[in-house]
Design a protein around this ligand. Structure first.
Ligand SMILES: Cc1cc2nc3c(=O)[nH]c(=O)nc-3n(C[C@H](O)[C@H](O)[C@H](O)COP(=O)(O)OP(=O)(O)OC[C@H]3O[C@@H](n4cnc5c(N)ncnc54)[C@H](O)[C@@H]3O)c2cc1C
Length: 479
C-alpha cells in the first residue's frame, strides 16, 4: 500500500475504501458500456467532514478524484481514465435527508440521495420534487446537479438549475463551501452554486443541496396520440400551450420505429394505439390545485378539438394511474431498448424549439442517405427543443470499430448541423469525456477560454475529474 492509500484509509476508515478489482469493477464502466477506466481505490465517505479531509489529502498528493453518484450519466463523466491514478469517489453512502420545510416547500438532501427516494420522501409530506427521468432509480442528487439534468417535466418546472436553492460542496483544496441557507435574496457576487450546477465534478464535489419542492398532484391525465408529422406535433404543442397553459407538464414525441423498438425489447409493454402512426406524442396534463379543471375532462375536450382541427390522427387518454404509468414506461424505456437493439451514436442536442421538427425532417434522411444502412431516430422533449437524435449502426456492425469509424463521422456531421441551426451539442446530458473534443472544436473562444480560466482558478492542480468537460488548456483559443 502506498503512503497515500494508507493516509486515505486512516481518514476514511477501512470499511469505506477498497482497492479490490472485483469490488471496483461495476463502477468503472459507464451506463452505456462505452467507457471503461481504472482507479487505485474506490472510496465512499460517510459525511462532508471526512470528504473534505480526503480532498485535502488528494490535493497534497496531486491525486485525481472522479466523483460518482448513480453512474447513470450518458457521457462517460463518472468513469476514470485508464491510467489507474485516480480515486473513484462514490457519493452513494451520503444519502441522508437533512431537513424538510413544508411551509417553504424545501428539502435538504445529501448528494447520494437517489431521485426515486427523493420523490418518495417528498410525497410522504404531501409535496413533490418535480424533476423526473428514466434513470430515476439510480441517479443521485449530486449527479443531477452536476449534470444540470433535465428530463420530462422541464416544460413546466425547468431543469435542475431552477430547482436548486443552495448547495454545500467540498472545493478542490478541501475547504467546505456552505451555501445551504434558505435565502430568497443573496447578491454577494458570483454565485458558486450556479458554477457547480452543470460542472460535472470539475470544480468541486457537491455534498448536499437544498431543493425546491412543489405542491403534490391531485390528479393527472396522460394522453398518447398518433400524428402525421413533426409539423403537426408542433401545432399540437402550441394549441395545448394556448389552451391548457400551466396544466401541461410534459410533451414528448417519438417516431413509430422508436415505439416498435421498445415493444420488441422491453417486456410488459403494449402499443397504446390500435394502429401505427408516423409520429406519437405523449402528453401529461396535471392538476395540483382544487380550483383548476379536472385534467381528464380537459384532455377529453382538447383531444376532441385537436382531432377536429386535423392535428392528431388518434388518441387514447389514460383511464387509470396504472395506464398512465404504462404510457410513461414506454417513454422511459427508450434508452434501455436501444441499448438492447445494437450499436448507435447518440446525440443529446437542442435547437430553438420552433425549429425542432424541421431539424429532424431535414437531418434524418440526410444521415440515412450519406451513411447507407444506418437508421436515424429522433425523439425527445418537444417543448424544450431537446432532441435525442440517435443513428443506429447498419445491422451486424461491430460496436467498437463502428463507433470509432463511421460513428465518429456521423457525430461530427450531426454537431456541425446543430451549430448551423443555432443549437447546442449538449442539451441535458453534459459533455463528460464523450463530447469534450467536439466542445473544443465547435465553441467560440469566449466560451472555451472562460471555461479554462474558471477551472484553472478553482482547481489549480487539475485534480477534479480530469479529462472531462474542460478542453485541454495547452494553447489559448483565439479567433
Ligand atoms: C434510462 C436513463 C434515462 C435517462 N434520462 C435522462 C433524461 O431524461 N434527462 C437527463 O438529463 N438525463 C437523463 N439520464 C442521464 C442521467 O440519469 C443523468 O445525467 C443524471 O443526472 C446522472 O446522475 P448520477 O447520480 O447517476 O451521476 P453520475 O453518472 O454518477 O455522474 C454524472 C456526472 O456528475 C459528476 N458527479 C456525480 N456526483 C457528483 C457530486 N456529488 N459532486 C460533483 N460531481 C458529481 C460525475 O463526476 C459525472 O461527471 C438518463 C439515464 C438513464 C440511465
Amino acid at each position: 500500500m502506498t503512503d497515500f492509500l494508507k493516509a486515505l484509509e486512516d481518514i476514511a476508515g477501512a470499511r469505506a475504501i477498497t482497492c479490490d478489482a472485483s469490488d471496483m469493477e461495476p463502477w468503472l464502466t459507464d451506463w452505456r458500456g462505452r467507457y471503461h477506466g481504472s482507479a487505485q481505490a474506490l472510496v465512499s465517505p460517510p459525511d462532508t467532514q471526512t470528504l473534505a479531509r480526503i480532498v485535502k489529502l488528494a490535493a497534497e498528493h496531486r491525486v485525481p478524484i472522479v466523483p460518482q453518484g448513480g453512474n447513470s450519466g450518458m457521457v462517460g463523466g463518472a468513469t476514470p481514465d485508464g491510467s489507474g491514478n485516480a480515486i473513484l469517489l462514490s457519493m452513494r453512502r451520503m444519502d441522508a435527508i437533512r431537513g424538510f420545510d413544508v411551509q417553504d416547500r424545501q428539502i435538504v438532501a445529501e448528494a447520494g440521495v437517489i431521485l426515486q427516494n427523493l420523490h418518495g420522501v417528498a410525497e410522504e409530506k404531501g409535496l413533490r420534487f418535480p424533476l423526473t427521468l428514466g434513470g430515476k432509480g439510480s441517479a443521485t442528487v449530486g449527479g443531477l446537479i452536476s449534470t444540470n439534468a433535465g428530463g420530462t417535466q422541464v416544460l413546466r418546472h425547468g431543469t435542475m438549475r431552477a430547482l436548486v436553492h443552495g448547495v454545500e460542496a467540498v472545493l478542490p483544496d478541501g475547504s467546505i463551501y456552505d451555501g445551504l441557507s434558505a435565502l430568497k435574496k443573496d447578491n454577494r457576487g458570483y454565485d458558486l452554486k450556479h458554477l457547480l450546477i452543470g460542472a460535472e465534478g470539475t470544480l468541486g464535489i457537491v455534498t448536499a443541496a437544498s431543493l425546491k419542492l412543489v405542491k403534490s398532484l391531485i390528479d393527472r391525465s396522460v394522453v398518447w396520440t398518433g400524428l402525421e408529422s413533426t409539423a403537426k406535433a408542433r401545432e399540437l404543442l402550441l394549441f395545448l400551450q394556448g389552451r391548457a397553459g400551466n396544466a401541461m407538464e410534459g410533451f414528448e414525441i417519438l417516431p413509430q420505429h422508436c415505439l416498435d423498438n421498445v415493444l420488441t425489447h422491453i417486456p410488459g409493454t403494449r402499443a397504446p394505439l390500435a394502429s401505427a402512426a408516423p409520429w406519437h406524442a405523449l402528453i401529461e396534463l396535471v392538476r395540483d390545485d382544487a380550483s383548476s379543471p379536472d385534467p381528464a375532462q380537459t384532455a377529453e375536450i382538447l383531444m376532441g378539438e385537436a382531432m377536429e382541427r386535423g392535428l392528431i390522427s388518434d388518441a387514447v387518454i389514460s383511464a387509470s394511474e396504472a395506464q398512465a404509468e404504462a404510457f410513461w414506461k414506454i417513454r422511459d424505456s427508450i434508452a434501455e431498448a436501444e441499448r438492447a437493439a445494437g450499436p448507435a451514436m447518440q446525440h443529446d442536442i437542442s435547437v430553438p424549439p420552433a425549429k425542432m421538427g424541421a431539424f429532424i425532417d431535414h437531418v434524418a434522411p440526410l444521415m440515412e442517405t450519406k451513411f447507407v444502412g444506418t437508421r436515424a431516430i429522433a425523439f425527445g422533449h418537444m417543448g424544450d427543443g431537446n432532441i435525442h437524435f440517435h443513428v443506429m449502426a447498419p445491422p451486424g456492425s461491430d460496436a467498437a470499430s463502428w463507433n470509432e469509424t463511421q460513428g465518429k463521422q456521423i457525430s461530427a456531421m450531426m454537431h456541425d448541423l446543430v451549430v448551423k441551426w443555432d443549437g447546442s451539442i449538449s442539451a441535458e446530458h453534459g459533455i463528460g469525456q464523450m463530447k469534450r473534443g467536439e466542445l473544443a472544436r465547435l465553441s467560440s473562444p469566449a466560451r472555451i477560454n472562460s471555461l479554462i480560466a474558471i477551472k484553472a482558478a478553482m482547481d489549480p492542480y487539475g485534480i477534479m475529474n480530469p479529462g472531462k468537460l474542460i478542453p485541454l488548456a495547452s494553447a489559448p483559443h483565439t479567433t
